[in-house]
Design a protein around this ligand. Structure first.
Ligand SMILES: Cc1cc2nc3c(=O)[nH]c(=O)nc-3n(C[C@H](O)[C@H](O)[C@H](O)COP(=O)(O)OP(=O)(O)OC[C@H]3O[C@@H](n4cnc5c(N)ncnc54)[C@H](O)[C@@H]3O)c2cc1C
Length: 510
């Protein structure tokens, strides 16, 4: 291994490590990814992505590739396709503890939902396809992904990090552990991982089933646990409240999946083969005590683990990576305002805590005991109302995520809505290079003039007068400033706070 010094070493080429590496490369940092696996992981995991993840792809020009994946996936999912395909486009709802939300009950005109429909065609992106798409993105950006390299030790010297690997030592200014739930980086950095212990074993496999007619279509519950068939043919999920697996590292065999499916379904269903690598998981729910220790950061499953119910984990991690990437890049480039890096933990931790609780709540209604079953009926009744379904879909899709940023405008702290411009382009089309973007709809370009001293970091996008009149997007797509009037009040301080000091060759702005 070359001992050439790099700015950032990302440990783990899962979806989170790849997104982070790409964001750092876009910011100009010299970054490398170390991955212990020789080939990408073939295990069956996430089946789809939420709105913020799809929008993150959109903002980097990857929406067409994601749409292509969805088109191919829709062709394979049978009844699920009928569920999401509506006359005016696909509609994703998701589920809460296996209770699939009825798209016909959801109020799709709700302002939060209606503001984020541009990526509806790019949501059914399974994790393996997402990782392949991201690997190509990272390769185009020239980031080396060094496979068969396992991180085994680290020493934070204060000026950098000395990393021990199975391929020799690495010197790096910063280290980010995107190395999954069993994170070696988290352990080596001495970061605590408090939370709640597992009480169940879940299994996910795609299998050849001799007699699928013996199984229910969709989710089904029993005193022994729960199971689900679909949405793809042969895809089987089982949940058993058995205290968690004895040996999590053992490969998941055909016999194990069949035994579990027989127990939870109460049938003698027969499986003849597994297609791809089956996975075993638990409801172990933990969050790192800190997302940063000196020059070491954590992102993705390394920072938080929870059961995969309702499809949140991958999306939470991609959000971490989008948030950290530009901030660390700004520090490396030398223009970061004071305290920018501390906002990573402050902004991402509350969302991580919410996801842990959202998934814990689902375990509460999934248990086979009579009290949990009664609670499930109550929750099911609520989710079968228009308000209940709309609320749950907004939460699951991520459209209501909001950071606690200063400012009164309702868009501040939210991911940018889909904005169509008078020239036919979309605001997201102007975000591919990863910097700040300022939408200026003043008749005289007042916002653009004010932001000119930040022109190396802020791209201004002029547009015909409309509402909102101005939006400042951070590189991660979060709205840092917004206004509905042609008055730049508050814009200069916000630019200082997020985009740092203006270029010295510009006259100071009053
Ligand atoms: C059955 C199942 C279903 C799921 N369904 C969903 C879903 O529907 N929606 C959703 O959002 N999420 C879902 N998830 C969760 C999602 O898969 C994870 O949250 C996601 O993979 C986390 O990505 P990551 O990049 O943080 O970690 P990982 O994907 O775990 O990647 C970590 C990488 O680090 C590497 N690594 C580990 N240690 C080292 C080391 N010491 N040195 C070098 N490399 C190392 C690993 O080999 C791996 O490639 C599901 C998970 C499971 C198991």
């Amino acid at each position: 291994m070359s001992e050439e010094r790099v700015d950032v070493t990302v440990v783990g080429a899962g979806p989170v490590g790849l997104v982070l590496a790409a964001e750092l490369a876009l910011s100009g940092a010299k970054v490398q990814v170390l991955e212990r696996l020789t080939e990408p992981d073939e295990a069956v995991k996430a089946g789809a992505i939420n709105v913020p993840t799809a929008e993150a792809l959109d903002r980097r020009g990857l929406r067409p590739a994601a749409e292509q994946v969805q088109r191919a996936a829709l062709g394979q999912v049978g009844s699920f396709a009928r569920l999401v395909e509506k006359p005016d486009g696909p509609r994703f709802t998701g589920h809460f503890a296996g209770m699939v939300l009825d798209a016909d009950l959801v109020d799709w005109s709700d302002p939060d939902l209606a503001a984020h429909t541009a990526v509806d065609g790019a949501r059914l992106v399974p994790q393996r396809e997402l990782e392949a798409l991201l690997a190509e993105h990272v390769a185009r950006l020239g980031v080396p992904v060094r496979r068969s390299v396992e991180v085994t030790s680290l020493e934070d010297t204060g000026a950098g990090v000395l990393v021990g690997t199975t391929a020799g030592p690495v010197r790096t200014a910063w280290l980010v552990g995107c190395d999954g739930g069993h994170s070696a980086v988290r352990r080596l950095a001495g970061i605590d991982f408090p939370g709640t212990a597992p009480e169940l074993t879940g299994r996910l496999a795609v299998a050849d089933i001799v007699d699928p007619e013996k199984l229910a279509d969709g989710w089904a519950w029993s005193a022994a646990g729960a199971y689900r068939c679909g949405p793809q043919p042969g895809r089987v999920t089982t949940v058993e409240f058995d205290g968690g697996p004895v040996d999590r590292a053992a490969p998941v065999t055909l016999e194990e999946v069949q035994g579990s499916l027989r127990r939870v379904s109460g049938t003698d269903v027969t499986l003849t083969a597994l297609r791809g690598t089956a996975t075993r998981w638990t409801d172990n729910s933990r969050q790192a005590a800190t997302y940063r220790s000196g020059r070491v950061f954590l992102a993705g499953d390394a920072a938080h683990v929870h059961p995969p119910f309702g499809g949140q984990g991958l999306n939470l991690g991609v959000g971490d990576a989008m948030n950290l990437g530009w901030k660390l890049g700004a520090v490396i480039a030398g223009w970061a305002p004071d305290g920018l890096l501390t906002t990573y933990d402050a902004e991402r931790r509350p969302l991580g805590a919410w996801v842990l609780d959202w998934t814990r709540a689902q375990i509460g209604v999934l248990r086979g005991d009579p009290k949990s079953a009664a609670l499930r009926t109550v929750v099911a009744d609520l989710l079968a109302t228009p308000d209940g379904a709309t609320h749950a879909v907004k939460k699951i899709s991520g459209v209501t995520q909001r950071l606690d940023l200063p400012g009164d405008h309702p868009l501040i702290g939210r991911y940018a809505p889909d904005v169509r411009l008078s020239d036919g382009s979309r605001l997201a089309d102007h975000t591919h290079s990863g910097g700040f973007v300022l939408l200026d709809r003043t008749p005289d370009g007042a916002f653009s003039r004010l932001a000119a001293p930040w022109s190396t970091r802020v791209t201004t996008v002029p547009d015909a007068p409309a509402t909102p009149t101005g939006l400042l997007l951070r590189p991660d797509g979060v709205v840092a400033w917004a206004t509905d009037v042609p008055d730049p009040a508050g814009l200069a301080p916000v630019l200082h706070d997020w985009a740092g000091a203006p270029s010295p060759d510009h006259a100071p702005v009053g």
